[in-house]
Structure formats: C-alpha cells, structure tokens
Design a binder for this molecule. Structure first.
Ligand code: X5A
Ligand code: ZN
Length: 664
C-alpha cells in the first residue's frame, strides 16, 4: 500500500497584487520549490499521484457559512480595487481573481486525500496545497487562508466515511484558531496545536490560543494548545511535547484517522516562526504518528515561508510516509526552560481529562493572567537588550541523504519455520574469525553446532546493518539472553557502537554489562529490580506487560525520550514467552523504536514464539501496527512508580523532564 501525493500546478496561479508587508511571504514559489524537490529526489515518482478536484459547495458548507461562501464566490469578478477592499475586512490575507478557484482545489485535494486513505487505495499521503486553511473561520478568511482545508476534511471523513474519532495534529508554527473554533465542542475531533505565542503578543494574538483553552461542553479536554512563549524552539522541545503530551493523549484517544496541519514555518530559517528545529525533525514527528489509526495519516500543507527549509521539510515528511527510516536526529540536548513551562501548563490543564496525565504535576500558578503579564514584561526587557538576528539568514546543514538499505528485513530462522513475504532469509557461512571469538566467549553454546550457526549469523547480520546493507532483522533463537549478550558484545565492543537494549519479560540481564554508556538497557517486567546506573533502567509494571495502558505509557513517556536522547546506532529488542505482552502493543513498540538508529533494529524472539514472527516482521517492514484499541486507565501504582522513575532519571536524561526547574 502506497503513499498518495496530491498536487496541481493550478494552485500556484494566484499571488499578491498589491503591497502588503504582512502577506508578501505567501508566494507561489512555496509550492513550486516543494514539488520540484519531491521530483528531483525521486520521491514524487514513488508516490501514487492522485488528481485534485474542486470542493463542492456542499463540502465547503460543512465548515463555512453560506454568506461567506457566497461572498468569496464573487471575488473572481472583482476589480483590483474591489478585491483590496474585500480583503480589508479580514486579517493578514489577500484575495486574487483566481484564489477562489485555488481554494476550492486546496479543499478538494484534502478530500481526495481522505478518500484515497479511507478507501484503502493508499496507506497515507500528502497534499501540497495553496491557499492554506487552518486560520480560516466559519465566516472569515484569515492568515492567508480562505477555506479551512483540514477542518473540511475532518467533517467530511466523519460524514462520508463514518469515521468516529479524528486526530488533528497542527505542527504549523501558528495557532490554527479556525480549526479550534470548528471543533471546540466536538469530542469526535481531538485538536492539538503548538504555536508561537509569546504571551499573546504573536499573531493572531488570541487569548483562546493559550493552554487553558481545553474545549467546551462535550468537547472539553479535546482541544490541546501548547503555546511557545519564546522563539528559538529546537528539536528537543518538539520531541518532548510529542512524547509527554501529544502521543500519550493520542493513544488514549485512539483515532480512526490522523490529519496533519503540516505547516513548516515551525522549521529553522522561517521568517514567521523564528524557531530552530531542523527539517529532519519532521521525519520523526511523522514517524511517531504513523502507528496511530492503523497508519491512516493525511498531511496537508499549511505554512512554511523559507524557500530552503520548506522543501527540505516536505521531503523529510514524504520520505517517512513512504516508509523510509528516519535519519538520526542531532543535538537532542533536552528542552529549554520556556518549553518545559509550556509543557507543564498544558499537561496540568489536561490532567482531569486524560488518565495518562492524571499524575502530571499541577501547575502552581493559579492566577494565570497576572503571571502572563508579568512574564511578558520580563521577556520584553531581555529582548530589547539584544540585537535581533534575521531568521532568514540562519544557516543549517542540508539534511543527510536518506539511503535505503538494499534489504529491508532479514530473518534468521531455524529449519522448518517459513519466511514471511518480502523478508529475506539470512544465514551466513561461518566466518572462522567470528566462530573462534564465539568459542572463546561462549564455550557452552559453541559445543552446540546449531547455536553456533545462529550466533555467527547474528553477528554477520549486525555487521551488515552497520554497513546499511540490511535495515533491520529478526531472529528466532534458543536462548534470548545468550543471543543478546553475544550481539551486544559484538556491536558495542567490537564495533564500538551505542546499543539500546530493550527487554520485555524475564530476560536474564547479563551481569558483565559495562556501565560506560556503550549500552543503555531498558527492561520491562513485573519484578522489582534495582537501578544500577543511568544506563540500566528497570521498568516494573505490577501486572507486567499484559497491562497495555501502563506499558504504552512507559514506552511513550520513558523509553522513547530515553532512546532519542541516547541516540543509539543499533536497537536490540528482545522478548521472552512469559512477557504477557499482546500482539498490538508489541507491534507498536517495534514500530515506534524504528525511529531510532536509522531504523536499525534487531529483534530476538525465543524459539517457541513462532507465532510472533509474522506480526514482528510486518512492523519491521514498516507496516503500521494495528491500534491497541481504547486503553483504560493504567494502574495507579504503576503510574506512580513510573513518575518516580522519571523524576529520578531526569537529572541524567533531560528529555524526561516535564516541568520547568523553578516551578517543578
Ligand atoms: C498558514 C499560515 C500565517 C499567517 C501569518 C500572518 N499563515 N501574519 O502559516
Ligand atoms: Zn503558519
């Protein structure tokens, strides 16, 4: 199943016809450079090209008023003077004789994307559109937006495809107030937005863009705002909000469809956003959403005004939608204080609605508005002292070329176990050097010729992953603990890589693990175990991994941030038969971990676990994990012990922080 790409040159055929400094950045080249980059990198050819269509009146009226639609309908016939005047009633937007046509195509493209994904024609996709949509309201254009493409798509998905729950992730740097207004009282649509806010000083300067706007009536709790009160937010800030806010809530919400307001003005170099996240962060944001809703992710372009970082970010997104492993994210040195303050506030505001946040720290400031003013004043003082650099003049390295390994998934299986489709059965002729090494280190197993064959194949497999000849692998072994020790020794010591070892169930953790940072071990089980160093992290769940909600919470809030900050070059994932973990959660884990180490994951399963070969291989091949269903509240004591663990660990692991230092 493929990735849809929806684009039509027609949407480049309108532009600003007069002088307006607020609008001059919204140019046709935004679309042409993005599409060119997709073509030049060969990505466009790998996508299923789906034609646009015009949204009908009926479609548009799902979100907009008849009066507004009728007014916009007249714009193609207006004179320049009329257009200027028509524009004046709205904020930061312009009209053009052809914009109505383009706006119908932009909304229609989003609907074509939803249709393609919902009918199973493709797994996911992206629509490159102009004008953007997320600022436009029921009866008003705003912020370069005419019709609210994503809001229309969400309503349409509910109506035409019977979708019950839609998650809208708005990673554009502006608040999509139009989307918020559309679904404020709707518990069927969960809207998440982070946005430059600066204590309400940044456009659109709305009180209701703050974190305490959580939705209304039945929709209370289904609107999540994370306001950025400073510019310069980085990869760490974005990832920590995903791990500690969006993802836990999204998994609890359990959407049937994910729509992304994919604005790239949140990337470095953008004159509007003035943020510092690198274009490859969008590979990770995309990847982290791709195991929700069975992989049904529709990204629709919103903002993005730096003509260098925009196409780079678009390519990163499409690469990931196509299933290519994400590049290793650089410089994850932890979130800044201001981001933590925002995260703390949003989590606190949502604790009463989501069981995954029940234990989030309460934010002490009860008098929100006084605090806001005070902070705004303080920050103004700081800013006035400094020379401001232009965001456009920022330079950053081009994202590394994403080379796909010739073999995606290699399997080491005992005789008689059949190899799933699209995987490659792997065995190596015994390399005498390796065999001798193994004989030295594992004299007991070396006596067993089968075990020796398996171990030497594993070592060879790890070497091929290191050379990127193979992306990931799966092995059925007699003794998971033994195989793990062997692989870790080879990868970490012989190849001097950093290895993230994730164990699920009662795996014997070898005693001779060095605690020097070459290995980070995260062990999920139901046994209390002593934490020996910052590189040895036992996660104890009362009912073990059979408690899906507790397990997912630990994966999202502990394992992922740890993994991202550690930045391994290999992930070794092992499970034992007694782990109690269900298929769905296991596939989620396998899928999510592939965001690390450029997708280099080696999975070890005990020989008896043949039934897991199929589902594991499917995750390794990049297929979306099935949804784990509606998850109930995790056990109170598990949540408490996890919070305790996180608090202890956050001294060493900055991405585990969820509160700002002075208020925490
Ligand atoms: C879609 C989008 C930005 C409007 C900025 C107005 N709009 N100052 O990014
Ligand atoms: Zn924007």
């Amino acid at each position: 199943m493929g990735t849809a790409l929806i684009y039509d040159e027609e949407m480049t055929k309108y532009k600003l016809l007069w002088v307006d400094p607020a609008c001059k950045i919204e140019v046709p080249e935004r679309l042409t450079v993005s599409y060119e980059a997709l073509k030049n990198s060969g990505l466009a050819d790998r996508c299923v090209s789906v034609p646009v269509r015009e949204a009908t009146d009926e479609d548009i009226l799902l979100v907009h008023s008849e009066e507004y639609l009728e007014a916009v309908k007249k714009t193609p016939y207006m004179t320049l003077e009329d257009l200027k005047e028509f524009t004046l009633q709205y904020g930061d937007v312009y009209f053009h004789p052809n914009i109505y046509h383009c706006a119908k195509l932009a909304a229609g493209a989003s609907l074509q994307l939803v249709d393609s994904v919902m009918t199973g024609k493709v797994r996911n996709g992206m629509a490159l559109v102009r004008p953007p949509g997320h600022h436009s309201m029921r009866s008003a254009a705003s912020g370069f937006c005419v019709f609210n493409n994503v809001a229309i798509a969400a309503q349409y998905a509910k109506l035409k495809h019977g979708v019950k729950r839609v998650l809208i992730v708005d990673w554009d740097v502006h608040h999509g107030q139009g989307v918020q207004y559309s679904f404020e009282d709707d518990p069927g649509v969960l809207y998440f937005s982070w946005h430059r806010y600066e204590h309400q000083k940044f456009w659109p300067q709305l009180r209701e863009s703050d974190y305490d706007n959580v939705g209304k009536e039945k929709g209370e709790g289904f609107n999540i705002n994370v306001p950025w009160n400073k510019v310069g937010m980085k990869n760490s800030d974005y990832l920590s909000v995903f791990c500690h806010m969006l993802l836990p809530v999204a998994y609890e919400f359990n959407p049937d469809l994910v729509l992304v307001c994919a604005g790239f003005d949140s990337a470095i170099g953008d004159p509007e956003g003035e943020m510092c996240a690198s274009p490859d962060i969008f590979a990770h944001l995309t990847h982290l959403l791709m195991n929700l809703a069975g992989g049904k992710v529709c990204a629709v372009l919103e903002g993005g005004y730096n003509l260098t970082s925009l196409p780079q970010s678009v390519c990163q997104t499409v690469h990931t939608l196509l299933g290519d492993p994400a590049p290793r994210p650089a410089n994850l040195d932890g979130p800044c204080e201001s981001a933590l303050e925002s995260l703390h506030c949003s989590r606190s505001a949502h604790r009463k609605y989501w069981s995954c946040l029940k234990h989030a720290a309460e934010h002490p400031s009860s008098d929100v508005s006084t605090k806001r003013l005070k902070l705004a004043e303080e920050e103004e003082k700081v800013e006035n002292g400094e020379e401001k650099e232009k965001a456009e003049e920022e330079v950053w390295p081009e994202p590394p070329k994403r080379v796909t390994a010739p073999v995606r998934t290699a399997l080491v299986l005992p005789d008689g176990v059949s190899c799933p489709d699209r995987c490659k059965l792997f065995s190596s002729s015994k390399d005498p050097v390796i065999v001798n090494k193994l004989r030295e280190n594992f004299p007991r197993d070396a006596a067993d010729s089968d075990a020796l064959t398996t171990l030497s194949s594993l070592v060879a497999l790890v070497e091929k992953m290191e050379k990127n000849e193979i992306c990931n692998g799966l092995a059925l072994v007699q003794d998971v603990s033994m195989a793990m020790t062997c692989v870790v020794q080879h990868a970490a010591i012989a190849l001097s890589n950093r290895v993230l070892v994730v164990c699920v169930g009662d795996v014997l953790v070898p005693a001779h693990y060095k605690e020097d940072g070459t290995i980070l071990l995260v062990h999920f089980s139901n046994k209390e175990e002593e934490q020996k160093s910052k590189y040895h992290i036992p996660v104890c769940l009362k009912k073990g991994c059979s408690d899906v909600s507790g397990f997912m919470q630990a994966v999202l809030g502990l394992l992922l941030p740890l993994g991202y900050e550690y930045d391994p070059s290999l992930v070794l994932l092992a499970r034992t038969p007694d782990s109690g973990l269900c298929d769905g959660a296991w596939q989620q884990l396998t899928g999510l971990l592939q965001g690390l180490a450029q997708g280099h994951t080696l999975v070890l399963l005990q020989e008896g676990e043949r039934a897991y070969v199929g589902p594991t291989a499917s995750s390794l091949l990049g297929e979306a994990a099935p949804s784990v269903g509606k998850i109930k509240a995790p056990l109170l004591e598990d949540v408490e012990s996890m919070e305790g663990l996180r608090t202890r660990l956050q001294v060493d692991w900055k991405l585990l922080q969820t509160t700002a230092p002075e208020t925490g």
